[in-house]
Every structure is written in structure tokens, then in C-alpha cells.
Ligand binder design. Sequence first.
Ligand SMILES: Cc1cc2nc3c(=O)[nH]c(=O)nc-3n(C[C@H](O)[C@H](O)[C@H](O)COP(=O)(O)OP(=O)(O)OC[C@H]3O[C@@H](n4cnc5c(N)ncnc54)[C@H](O)[C@@H]3O)c2cc1C
Length: 444
Amino acid sequence: MDRRDFLKRTAAGTSLMAVSGIEARAARQKVKRVETRLPADGYLKEPAREIPVVAGADVVVVGGGPAGFAAAVSAARQGCSVILLERHNHLGGLWTGGLVLPVLNTRGAGPDGSWTKVVHGISDDVCGSLFGMGMCINEMNPMVDPEACKYVLDEMCREAGVQTIFFSTAADVILSGSRIEAVVIECKSGRLAIRCRTVVDCSGDGDVMAWSGVPFKEIKYHIGLLARLGNTDRVDTGAEGFKAQYVGGATPIPGVTMLHMRGEEQQDGLDILNLSRLQQKFRRQIWERVQDIKSKPGYEKVFLLETAPQLGVRVTRALEAVHTVTLEESMTRTEFPDAIGMSGASDPIPYRGGVVKGADRPVWQIPYRALLPRGCDNLLVAGRCFGFEEGLAWDAREIGTCFVTGQAAGTAAAMAASARCAAAEIDVSRLRQELLKQRVTLSV
Ligand SMILES: Cc1cc2nc3c(=O)[nH]c(=O)nc-3n(C[C@H](O)[C@H](O)[C@H](O)COP(=O)(O)OP(=O)(O)OC[C@H]3O[C@@H](n4cnc5c(N)ncnc54)[C@H](O)[C@@H]3O)c2cc1C
């Protein structure tokens, strides 16, 4: 089957929405009612059903956060058809929807100890556009406006020819041997299948890798909720009894600040009851905190603009990759022949019985093998669930690093789809050359 046949058979491209609407309705009509007794406990056997295959693409990217956005645009720029699936109504993931506005980890200590920027490529494209619009502040750790950021990400996807499908949760995969044949989505149009040559899992939680049966580990981590406050420039410092209160960090919009929350430690981000509990608890805490701020002399006009639409889940699953990157490797400047990019490091970290200051943390290389699962030929994993050990979780998940793994995974996925080969079989030296052309830093 050549590429044209593939696209024809899978109805990729602009006809997708019309096809999905019709097919989904048809699918609903085809549902056979099957009497099933609910078991007192244990498992219910779901009756088999037909799922319409409504679309297909060379590369299907699951999750539209920083990693998924970078993967989708990079794959599309290689000339592939790309479908980007996102369960919410916006791109940017936690960056925009989680109100995690500063892009960290673009810099770290270079070989001579000086602070060196190593994250470029697509990250620079996005932040550059936002700086140009006056919607990004701080050269060092760029802090963006979430709405402007959503707009820029949408536009960049549109310009690259990415078919973005919102309101779609990837719920399963159809496997044939060690290949994913299709990604199954749940959405208002029903349960639908999207065919794929190569899949990039950028769901943050590694949903696709989990359903594909590849090895991964689960990590319990801090979960928090971020918020924005308004009118913080209208604080009356001359009010009687005025005492300075913390009202969050500056954002590109005057008078709007961002309130950070570390939240609760050791949380299971895959347990929806736990997530629901935390969501309500944190929202209540933020509301009460803002009421407290407002009750102080001079702060009456400050208000809660919004709590983040996406709960701040930091890490849940991490791939047990062909090569899982370790904290030790990141601290000792380990060089990899298949490096696909570099990450900075921003925070102090416990290491060899002491604590290394953020400013002393070396920039570190990420090998292509850290994006490759064991046992699934056409899957790549990027973003906050690629192959890193728990000790490195604080860094491996930051937005700058997610751009790097996303850009590399998308470019590699396009190469694998075009060559009709497994992701592990692509020519990695060609991938590295291509990434250099895309202004990605591979070494310093
Ligand atoms: C509280 C908090 C503070 C942080 N502070 C910073 C900071 O200051 N600076 C920094 O650089 N980083 C920070 N981070 C880390 C950073 O925000 C995230 O690690 C980063 O956004 C991860 O990017 P990602 O693309 O891998 O995943 P995400 O940003 O989580 O995006 C994943 C996307 O996939 C979608 N998705 C998930 N599952 C599915 C599915 N099954 N089907 C379809 N779509 C799906 C989600 O809706 C989401 O949009 C913080 C994180 C948290 C939680």
C-alpha cells in the first residue's frame, strides 16, 4: 500500500470531521443491546462492538502539551500527515491549562561552569513569537501569558498542517503483534479509531505506553494547583494598617500574577478519586487564601481570576526505555552517541549525600534510546513520561526538556513513518543531522 492509498483508506486530512460525525452516528445506530448482569464485585465483561475507523495519519500524537505540540509540528514539518489528539480544548497542557507559566530548564552549567542555554529549536520559535507579541517576560526563564500561548500554539500547528482534534481522549490502542494499528478515542462522537503508522505518546501520564503493554514504572509525586490573581497592581500601599502580602509572581499582563502551589507529596496521579479530592481541596484552599488576602488593608480590590483548568500532576508513569537516563548520568555529563538534545537544570537536587545548588547543575544529554519503549515497534514516548529514573524526575519533566524530547520524537516518528520501519530502526545519525538543522543543541 503506498502513501496515497494509505491516506485514502484511512480518510486522513480535511475530511476527518465530516467523516467522524457520520460514522459515529452510524456506529451508535449499530450498537446491539446485550443483557449483562452486573457482578457483585470483580470485573464486568464488556460486550464486543464495532468501532468506526474515522481517520488516519502517518503520525498520531496523543496529548497536546509542550511535548505533544513540539512532536506534532516537527513531524508535520517533515512532510508527514499528523493528527494531534487532545482531551481538553487547548494546546499547551500544563503550561497553559495548568497555569505553569515559566519555561524552566533551558539553561544549566556548561563545561566551564558558566550558565549555558541548551534548549533552542521549537522552544525558541514559540517563546520568540510570544516575546514579539509582548506576551512573554523574563529572558532567563520565559514567563508566558496562557491565552496568547494557546493562540500561538494553535497557529503554529495550523501553519505546519497538523490536524488538531480537541475533546478526544485516547482510551486504548489496537495492537497487531508489536505494532499499534490504531488509537481508540472516546469523545462526544462516540468511541472511534484513528489509524496510524507511528504514534508518539505525549499524554504526560504515558497512557498509550501503558495500554501498549510496554514496561514502565509508576511514580508518586507532588500534585498542586496553580491560580492567577487580578488587580494586584491596585494594591493601596497607603491604606491604614497596610502590611505587604504575597500575591504571586508577575506575568506578562499588568496586574495579573501567578500563584504557585507545591501541593501534597507522594500522590497517586492515576487515581481519579484522589485527583478529585485534591482538586476540591486545593480549590477551596486557594479561594480561602485569596479571601484572606482581600481582607487585609489595601488589598480589597485583588480577586481570584481563575484556578487552573488542569490539575497540577507532575509525574505518574515513566517509561522503562531502551536506555533510562539516570541522575548520575546527568550529573557527570555522560555523552551519548545517539543524543537528540540537551536539557538544562534549574533546582537544587539531593546527590551523593549532599545537595547540589541549581546554579551548579550541569546541562545533560538525552539519548534517543530514552524515547524508545521495549516491545512496541511504532511507539515513541516524549514529555514528562519518557525514560528517566525517579531521581531525575524534577528536571526531566520541566517544560524546556519536554520541548526537546517532543521535537526529537516527532522528527523521528516522521522518519519511521516515511521509511515504514520501526522507530528503533531509523538512521539515528540522520535524525541528529536533521535536529541540528532545526537548531537543536546536541552537545556543548
Ligand atoms: C504544579 C506544577 C508546577 C510546575 N512548575 C513548572 C515550572 O515552573 N516550569 C516548568 O518548566 N515546568 C513546571 N512544571 C512541569 C511542567 O509543567 C510539565 O511537566 C510539562 O508541562 C509536561 O509537558 P507534557 O507535554 O509532557 O505534558 P502535559 O503538559 O501534562 O500535557 C499533556 C497533555 O496531554 C493531554 N492528555 C493526557 N492524556 C490524554 C489522553 N489519554 N488523550 C488525549 N489527551 C491526553 C492532557 O490534557 C494535556 O494537555 C510544573 C508542573 C506542575 C504540576
